[in-house]
Design a binder for this molecule. Structure first.
Ligand SMILES: NC(=O)c1ccc[n+]([C@@H]2O[C@H](COP(=O)([O-])OP(=O)(O)OC[C@H]3O[C@@H](n4cnc5c(N)ncnc54)[C@H](O)[C@@H]3O)[C@@H](O)[C@H]2O)c1
Length: 482
């Protein structure tokens, strides 16, 4: 099948590459000339495991091309995916300017029947707006060309996007009840056949329901995270361990284990903007989505958590304090810094005078540009070449992103480099008892923070006798609440 995918970002590029890999002829269209030039040369502008080799193979085999010109790509296409960004506006609603710009271009160049597939995450009613926009352009040209607009929201996860696209849990497609809608059903059944071989994962529905499904799914996942962050806050107060609670809860088949991790808050390009857009969409219909609104509030509080732990340990003035930060990207396996919890944290630590040395396996250039955007400059941020190198003379280690390489580090080697054996773990990676036995003061999120963060007494660990360390206490947990 001949397919055009407009937008060569996380969703569009993965869609284009995976559809090409399954034998379709795909043209990726992006209005960013630098991005297109890079892609034409086999480069990939984003970090996504497995994507580069997929792009290069399909470029080489001639199934995948890139261009800035939708007008040139359109005539041969049977289906056109819209996969451009829908960033948040000031009031929380989704900015549809890119989606509607693509719709206008389609209307200006449409010459025969096409299936227009909206893959961007958009509020309910956007397919209708896309259809109206295309119609207005056709009327301006004085022509009547048939087309159909369907909704096919994307559920891939950054960091596992290729895998998710190739082996989806479900493929949600909303089609109108019309002859053109039925044509779309036949074409999309064929297009997605390669991803449905094991069993049919397609969930067919009407267009509006498909649009709402995407927002509802993201809001539910975000709700689970914020719910656990609330439980973690209480766990800190009562001396419970949120990770034990998580395992106990998750083994209930009705609840399951996914997305029950307390931490330093969710970020990324989806959960924050989609929860806000859902609340805003409800307001437009006179409704108050109290649960989803609270999810966002809890997340905003949670993003302050590591900062509160640092200031509780060292006071508000952090000048002369050296902090090592592991992880900058909003989650592992991506270089995406959109709404990453590291951003407000690092900005606040820098404003309080801390020296910061960070390590992230991939999101270095992106972190510098995000922090330069937030703070005016990012010269103050030192990036280490390895996780261990970030620890030299550090007064504390802050874990912000749960990259795999942080899961089982050499705690003895770490201790030799650190000035103080203090770990503030925003992702609950470690066993508090183990760290205590190694002489670390360890604070997770809701992890029975019994060690306290008071500084500093004599070292407990024989390897570390030249340092001074916090003494473990058996007193009730020091609740690290804001
Ligand atoms: N990133 C994710 O994990 C994810 C997952 C599911 C759904 N989504 C949704 O998919 C959509 C795209 O997200 P993304 O993360 O891929 O965005 P992105 O910012 O990574 O990519 C968008 C691309 O579209 C291009 N673009 C914008 N306007 C254009 C136009 N008029 N013509 C041609 N190209 C244009 C941009 O240059 C950019 O390369 C959003 O609605 C998002 O909410 C994202």
């Amino acid at each position: 099948m001949n397919v055009v995918v407009v937008g060569a970002g996380y969703v569009g590029l993965v869609t284009a590459a995976c559809l090409a890999e399954s034998g379709n002829r795909v043209v990726g269209v992006d209005h960013d000339p630098a991005r297109v030039t890079l892609l034409q040369a086999g480069g990939v502008p984003i970090y996504e495991p497995g994507l580069e080799s997929l792009v290069q193979r399909n470029l080489h085999d001639g199934r995948l091309r890139f261009t800035t010109s939708l007008a040139q790509a359109l005539p041969e296409a049977e289906a056109v995916f819209i996969a451009v960004g829908t960033p948040p506006l000031e009031d929380g609603s989704a900015d549809l300017q890119h989606v509607l710009a693509v719709a206008r271009q389609i209307g200006q160049h449409l010459s025969d029947f096409k299936i227009i597939i909206n893959k961007s995450t958009v509020p309910v009613g956007t397919a209708a707006a896309v259809e109206a926009t295309i119609r207005t352009e056709l009327q301006a040209r004085g022509v009547d060309v048939p087309f159909v607009v369907v909704s096919n929201p994307e559920f891939l996860k950054e960091g596992a996007a290729v895998d998710d696209f190739m082996r989806p849990d479900r493929i949600v497609i909303g089609i109108p009840q019309s002859a053109a809608g039925e044509q779309a059903r036949v074409a999309l059944t064929r297009l997605y056949q390669a991803f449905n071989r094991h069993h049919d994962r397609t969930v067919w529905m009407d267009v509006v329901s498909a649009e709402l499904t995407k927002y509802a799914a993201n809001a539910m996942l975000a709700t689970r995270i914020s719910f656990m962050n609330d439980i973690a806050q209480l766990a800190d107060c009562v001396g419970a361990d949120v990770d034990s609670v998580r395992r106990g809860m998750g083994s209930d088949g009705r609840i399951g284990h996914s997305f029950l991790y307390a931490g330093t808050g969710y970020g990324g390009s989806c959960f924050p903007k989609d929860t806000r857009a859902l609340v805003r969409c409800a307001q437009d219909h006179g409704l108050d989505m109290a649960v989803v609104a609270a999810v966002e509030q809890v997340n905003a509080r949670q993003k302050q958590k590591l900062l509160a732990m640092v200031t509780q340990a060292f006071g508000q003035d952090l000048s002369g304090i050296k902090l090592a930060v592991w992880g900058l990207a909003f989650k592992p396996n991506t270089n995406d810094m959109r709404e990453a919890p590291s951003r407000p944290l690092l900005q606040a630590l820098h404003e309080r005078g801390a020296d910061i040395v960070a390590y992230d396996p991939v999101a270095v250039r992106e972190a510098h540009s995000a922090l330069a955007h937030d703070c005016g400059s990012s010269d103050w941020l030192t990036i280490a070449d390895t996780p261990l190198a970030a620890l030299d003379d550090a007064d504390a280690l802050l874990i912000v992103t749960e990259w795999k390489c942080f899961h089982n580090p050499d705690f003895s080697a770490m201790a030799l480099r650190m000035n103080e054996r203090l770990i503030l773990d925003g992702r609950n990676l470690y066993d508090p008892d183990l760290l205590q036995s190694l002489g670390y003061a360890y604070h997770g999120i809701g992890r029975r923070n019994a060690l306290g963060v008071q500084r500093l007494q004599e070292p407990r660990h024989p390897l570390l006798h030249h340092h001074r360390w916090p003494e473990p206490t058996s007193t009730p947990p020091a609740a690290l609440v804001d």
